[in-house]
Design a protein around this ligand. Structure first.
Ligand SMILES: C[S@@+](CC[C@H](N)C(=O)[O-])C[C@H]1O[C@@H](n2cnc3c(N)ncnc32)[C@H](O)[C@@H]1O
Length: 429
């Protein structure tokens, strides 16, 4: 079975019904496809997962009677067809023919007529059906309510941004060459790239491309990293000779950046030993060195040698709501109780890591979340419990007013949603 639409339907079903992540599923399915079909498969999967809740509602309206549970794959294929008719610029007769054709590997000949009729009905009635959709943006109710509460004036605009595709952004290794020097090389290689106006190490590609096509990638002169993620090392601003901790390091994006920024003694910690291997691979490509440890950052007795750090980066595990545009399965996989759980994990980590920071030292708390429970409210709680913590002002502007720290929101063609708070530890409490 190597039909990209059929495989997209199977992928969608596993995310929606079995809670599998796209990161797990995509490599498995992609390798079953010809190179030429992989782009379309990926586009269909990302789009249909992004709008799953809208497509589910729409497909139920179009079906004469509900599809039996054991025939769910047919509904998934209908959703793949509807996604294309609704959102993609492909001739509609081709979409219908190809989607009906994708029933062949399912060995359910009855599904052909059903899909054909439902898609043709959508073509006829789209002007009536689409405005009546209760769930237009494909967000679960609990997340819509949280965003509305946190951003009463622009929650809808935020959701629209979360439904755009994020650009491919690179970090130029300034220890090796200036950004302008690398831009000249990219230009000579025929790549269309623009320098970021908010992050001095960042450049954004007009079109995503394979990393091996990027000048200097294999030699560690550039890395793939969003503009917002690149702010972490810039805001923590490591200085030569300092002892630093990257407490949640894997897969090592920020570890590499910290080491590019200054000659430091860096420990990179992550609870997941398998993910830590990715940190080593990244450092090998960058030709940089750190001490790697697989350990629980909140259990100091397990790994800390009692020598305090000059600076700590806590890029905490979080809901990932700021990167939904890159990981649309977050909409389906996250549950409201996850947010409370994560907020507690983050609070424990902050509390414990603070002990490992030397007086006069600094800790950057960062998340790729846009939920205030994990961000400004988390720091508010921490500050209330730690009188020796002072919140530093940052040289970047937020996209939304929050009482503590700086909140960036996802921006078309620009950065992901991200949160930053830089805490200074007073020398006397
Ligand atoms: C947001 S990701 C870090 C991304 C990373 N800083 C980068 O730039 O590539 C969060 C990481 O926290 C790790 N993690 C979760 N709980 C942890 C814990 N208790 N101790 C240490 N690491 C933990 C996860 O395995 C995950 O790799």
């Amino acid at each position: 079975m190597n039909n990209p639409r059929t495989l997209a339907a199977y992928t969608l079903m596993q995310v929606a019904d079995s809670g599998r992540s796209l990161n797990d599923l995509l490599p498995h399915y992609r390798e079953q496809l010809d190179e030429a079909d992989r782009g379309l498969y990926q586009q269909l999967v990302y789009g249909s997962v992004r709008y799953y809740l809208s497509l589910d509602e729409l497909s139920r309206k179009l079906l004469e009677k509900p599809i039996k549970r054991k025939e769910r794959i047919v509904q998934m294929l209908l959703m793949i067809g509807l996604y294309q008719l609704w959102q993609l610029d492909i001739p509609e007769h081709a979409i219908i023919n190809e989607t009906v054709d994708a029933t062949k590997p399912l060995k359910k000949p009855w599904a052909k007529g059903l899909l054909n009729a439902a898609m043709r009905r959508f073509q006829r009635e789209r002007e009536i059906l689409l405005p009546k959709l209760q769930n237009q943006a494909g967000f679960p109710g609990w997340l819509t309510r949280s965003l509305r509460q946190d951003y009463p004036d622009h929650w809808q605009a935020i959701m629209a941004e979360c439904n755009q595709q994020g650009p491919m952004t690179l970090r130029v290794n300034l220890a090796r060459q200036s950004r302008n020097a690398w831009l000249a090389r990219a230009d000579a290689a025929g790549l269309e790239v623009t320098p970021s106006d908010v992050t001095p190490t960042a450049v954004t590609l007009a079109q995503a491309t394979g990393v091996l096509m990027i000048p200097g990638f294999s030699e560690g002169e550039v890395s793939v990293q969003d503009e917002a993620a690149q702010q972490c090392a810039l805001l923590l601003a490591p200085q030569k000779g300092e002892r630093l901790l990257d407490a949640c390091a894997a897969p090592g994006g920020k570890t590499g950046h910290l080491l590019e920024a200054a000659d430091i003694d860096l420990t990179a910690l992550d609870i997941d030993a398998k993910r830590l291997e990715r940190v080593q691979e990244n450092l090998d490509r960058l030709q940089l060195k750190a001490t790697l440890k697989a350990a629980d950052a909140s259990d100091l007795s397990d790994w800390w040698d009692k020598t305090p750090y000059d600076a700590i980066l806590l890029d905490a595990p979080c809901s990932g709501t700021g990167v939904i545009r890159r990981h649309p399965d977050i909409k389906l996989l996250r549950r409201p109780k996850d947010i409370d759980f994560l907020a507690e994990v983050q609070a424990t980590m902050l509390k414990q890591l603070w002990r490992a920071l030397k007086p006069g030292g600094r800790l950057l708390y960062a998340t790729c979340s846009i939920l205030q429970k994990e961000n400004s409210q988390q720091i508010e709680r921490f500050m209330a419990q730690n009188p020796d913590a002072e919140l530093q002002s940052l040289p970047i502007t937020g996209d939304a007013e929050v009482p503590f720290g700086v909140q960036w929101l996802p921006k078309s063609g620009g950065h992901d949603g991200f949160y930053f708070a830089l805490l200074h530890k007073a020398t006397t409490a």
